[in-house]
Ligand binder design. Structure first.
Ligand SMILES: Nc1nc2c(c(=O)[nH]1)N[C@H]1C(S)=C(S)[C@@H](COP(=O)(O)OP(=O)(O)OC[C@H]3O[C@@H](n4cnc5c(=O)[nH]c(N)nc54)[C@H](O)[C@@H]3O)O[C@H]1N2
Ligand SMILES: Nc1nc2c(c(=O)[nH]1)N[C@H]1C(S)=C(S)[C@@H](COP(=O)(O)OP(=O)(O)OC[C@H]3O[C@@H](n4cnc5c(=O)[nH]c(N)nc54)[C@H](O)[C@@H]3O)O[C@H]1N2
Ligand SMILES: [Mo]
Length: 761
């Protein structure tokens, strides 16, 4: 292992959380440098061992955040010194025994023995890898290569499948490639109209809101489509309070209006698209009254939204998880792209369609090969030319590179079965909390012969592992991230990890070395990045011209950037789309119902999402004092009228039940959501785990699960001890309070013509 460089007094880096990648400055307090660990120790942390001191976080003037950050960013450094931070590998002496500290040698030897034995008995695919969109580009690249070269396994996928995979699949189908935002954030401030479909950026990317504020100050209008009146929707001129799971019909309906009202951009359609006739034929059945019946969005509001978009000189259609995390997410985004194309927005300067990618490296994480069907440079693993090129870079015979593996949920669902992996290595995901139908997934994890998790804390998933490896945090290692704009940026290291802790790259390198591939896996991020550049050269996501030096000296570089003299590509598609003929595809798509609709037994829609103070599975933010104070516990949002009907008071314990499990949380009564819909944030484990309920129905193209809608029953908990088991099935007991409630709710809906659009200003 190379000797780590000395700690810095100050490091220019980026927030460890979302895809906005706010620029931040980290400053070591004087005593922390003195108490520094070297990161080189190869044994358990001695009792009372060294612990590095606190770090101060300052916001930087970076083009994404322009000096601002949210509460998560300001408090992010607290996790560096969290009381329960892992500083030694942990291992179970026996399957049923508790985790105990062990040396790195023993932990790595035990993992290697397990891998070799399971692969000898069951073949290479017996060992699987699960990565994350929070990992740096270097780690995502190394992990994909580790699976294909060191393990020769096809079983690798990652949590990005649960995130923006539907938008990615739709972007590839319509435009020929997927870059979340094909334009810089700055363009949003100058758009005359923006429609945001299923994004609550006010809570999920607070510093992003300054672009919408500036957009409004510039005279622009915002339309928000969300079943809830969120903080984001409050900033809108028009809020469309849609029935969950019906965005596809709405998008088709808005495109219908654009075509029939003469708003279609005929020159653009003729010059830059194909498929208009076929699209027109499908859109013909999406007349406004029918769309109102499906979506609940009043006809007048549909017209108002199209008027705003069509009359603006520059306009944007943006989507996020609310529209995408559905079993028809790919087609829903396709319908939104069709709307944008009919209006002539994509590839037009200042206008366009974009997906607001979520995780810190959600964009880069989907480009470098940790995806089941992909090789670095956003290449297809089935493409013989790509296999040839990558085989050369990796120094292996291309025929030895495995073919495509299963998608994230399908791989997890098969764990421990004769068809699936018997060992799993997880870096950067806490699936025991965040996977859909999580009761099923934890039972699959428990069925494994070997579960290895690398994390900085004992997440709920790590707590199930046979071996846990303590890994470095963002301030303790270098690396690059690619933000939601496709901007490749640099993380600078403030100080080495605490004694006993290794970086993910060092862990991958050490395992690869034990599997006989010592030379092929450098543990140094720069060496990995240089290889990544060469591997990506000539691919879709081409990083060949991007270097650490360039992105340190600048505000990052946008891919594609094929050589060092190339300026990078902030705006894409200006001349042509990335399809063979250069034209965007209008792909006709039909609305279809949600995978699990409400019925008398499960009469309400459940939707899930986020709150400002917590990040994802909460593994990181549930350990940070000010964030726990801001949002101490899980809750379910219920409309006061529905709560009254069910006999539920504010703060009272509520049981939410789906065909897959139950969740018990206090009620939060609010009239900001539809009264046929309840909302659960998914940041908590245990009885408050939202994913005990969610549906594992998958999108046929992206394999995205239907996180955003399933059918549930809701009842007050009279006897708190009466707690039915998780993952029960439809045959289980039916909560009496809600039997047959679907009809009264429908009557309420029609009786009060809920929901209605909301006009302001
Ligand atoms: N505070 C915080 N910020 C985060 C994260 C976090 O966990 N916490 N995670 C990051 C990541 S990885 C991601 S992916 C992003 C996610 O960012 P967002 O997509 O903004 O987050 P969500 O809360 O999942 O969903 C957004 C909205 O979709 C709405 N919605 C639910 N169902 C539907 C529907 O059928 N149609 C429509 N139109 N809307 C619907 C919900 O009511 C919710 O307000 O946030 C990133 N930023
Ligand atoms: N019901 C419902 N479920 C959802 C969603 C939803 O909207 N509703 N959203 C989905 C989405 S969009 C996403 S992105 C997923 C996210 O869900 P997860 O994949 O569980 O994401 P995190 O909670 O960020 O988990 C990251 C874990 O890895 C650790 N970690 C962070 N960085 C690193 C690193 O660099 N190296 C290593 N080794 N470990 C690291 C953290 O401590 C944490 O334990 O959840 C999905 N689940
Ligand atoms: Mo995400």
């Amino acid at each position: 292992m190379p000797v780590p460089a000395a700690p810095l007094a100050e490091a220019a880096t980026h927030c460890p959380y979302c895809a906005l990648q706010c620029g931040m400055m980290l400053r070591a307090t004087p005593e922390s440098a003195a108490k520094e660990g070297t990161g080189k120790d190869d044994g358990p942390e001695p009792a009372g061992g060294r612990s590095p001191g606190p770090v101060t976080v300052l916001a930087r003037e970076f083009p994404t955040n322009r000096g601002r950050m949210c509460q998560k960013g300001w408090t992010s450094a607290e996790l560096l010194t969290a009381a329960d931070r892992l500083t030694t590998p942990l291992m179970r002496p026996r399957r049923d025994a508790p985790l105990e500290p062990v040396s790195w040698e023993r932990a790595l030897d035990r993992i290697t023995e397990g891998i070799i034995r399971l692969q000898r008995e069951h073949g290479p695919d017996a060992v699987g890898v699960f990565g994350g969109g929070g990992l740096t580009n270097e780690k995502a690249y190394a992990l994909g290569k580790f699976a294909r070269v060191a393990l020769r396994s096809s079983a690798i996928d990652y949590n990005g499948r649960f995130c923006m995979s539907s938008a990615a699949a739709a972007g590839i189908r319509s435009f020929g490639l997927d870059r979340g935002l094909p334009f810089p954030l700055e363009d949003i401030a100058h758009a005359g109209a923006v429609i945001m479909v299923g994004s609550n950026a006010a809570e999920t990317m607070p510093p992003f809101m300054q672009y919408l504020t500036r957009q409004r100050e510039n005279g622009g209008a915002l339309v928000v489509v969300d079943p809830r009146l969120t903080a984001t929707a409050r900033a809108a001129a028009l809020h469309l309070q849609i029935t969950p799971g019906t965005d596809l019909a709405l998008a088709n309906g808005l495109a219908y209006i654009a075509l029939t009202e003469g708003y279609a951009n005929r020159d653009f359609l003729a010059a830059r698209t194909t498929g208009l006739a076929e699209l027109r034929a499908v859109l013909a059945s999406y007349w406004p009254e029918r769309v109102e019946r499906i979506t609940g969005v009043p006809v007048a509001d549909q017209y108002a939204a199209v008027d705003l978009l069509a009359q603006a000189e520059r306009a944007m259609v943006l989507s996020a998880r609310g529209a995408e995390q559905h079993s028809k997410g790919t087609d829903t985004v396709t319908a939104l792209i069709n709307l944008a194309l009919v209006l002539g927005l994509p590839g037009t300067p200042g206008s366009g369609y974009g997906c607001l990618t979520g995780q810190g490296n959600g964009q880069g994480g989907r480009e470098h090969g940790q995806k089941a069907d992909q090789l670095p440079g956003y290449r297809k693993i089935i493409d013989p030319v790509a296999r040839e090129h990558i085989g050369r870079i990796w120094g292996v015979d291309p025929t030895t590179i495995p073919g495509p593996g299963r998608s994230a949920y399908e791989m997890l669902d098969a764990l421990g079965t004769p068809q699936g992996p018997r060992a799993l290595l997880i870096l950067g995901s806490n699936i025991a909390v965040s996977a859909p139908r999580a009761g099923r997934i934890t039972s699959r994890l428990a069925a494994l012969d070997l579960l290895v998790v690398a994390d900085f804390v004992l997440s709920e998933t790590a707590a199930m592992a046979d071996i846990v490896l303590p890994t470095a945090q963002w301030a303790e290692e270098e690396g690059t991230m690619t933000n939601l704009e496709g901007r490749v940026l640099r993380r600078e290291r403030l100080r080495p990890p605490p004694a006993g802790v290794r970086t993910d790259l060092e862990i991958i390198a050490a395992l690869a070395a034990r599997l006989g591939h010592a030379e092929r896996f450098p543990g140094e991020p720069r060496a990995v990045f240089d290889e990544l550049r060469r591997a990506s050269a000539g691919g879709i996501a081409d990083y060949a011209g991007i270097s650490y030096e360039r992105i340190t000296a600048s505000d990052g570089v946008f891919w594609p950037c094929p050589d060092e003299t190339h300026p990078g590509t902030p705006r894409m598609f200006l001349d042509r789309f990335a399809t063979p003929d250069g034209r965007a595809r209008l792909v006709p798509v039909e609305h279809r119902p949600v995978a699990e609709d409400i019925d008398p037994e499960y009469p309400y829609y459940l939707t899930t999402g986020r709150v400002l103070a917590h990040y994802q599975s909460g593994a990181q933010t549930r350990r940070i004092g000010p964030l726990v104070d801001a949002a101490p516990e899980p809750f379910v949002e219920i409309h006061p009228d529905l709560a009254e009907r069910l006999g539920i008071a504010e703060g009272a314990p509520v049981r939410v039940t789906s065909r897959r499990g139950t969740c018990e949380v206090p009620a939060r009564l609010t009239d900001t959501l539809r009264f046929d819909t309840v909302f659960l944030p998914f940041h908590w484990a245990g009885a408050g785990r939202a994913n005990s309920l969610t549906n594992d129905a998958l999108d046929p193209t992206s394999r995205m699960p239907e996180f955003k809608v399933c059918a549930v029953a809701v009842e007050p908990i009279d006897d708190p001890d009466d707690n039915p088991d998780d993952d029960r099935h439809a045959t289980g007991s039916v909560p009496t309070a809600t039997v047959g409630a679907a009809e009264p709710v429908r009557a309420m809906l029609t009786g009060r013509s809920q929901p209605s659009g909301r006009h302001q200003g």
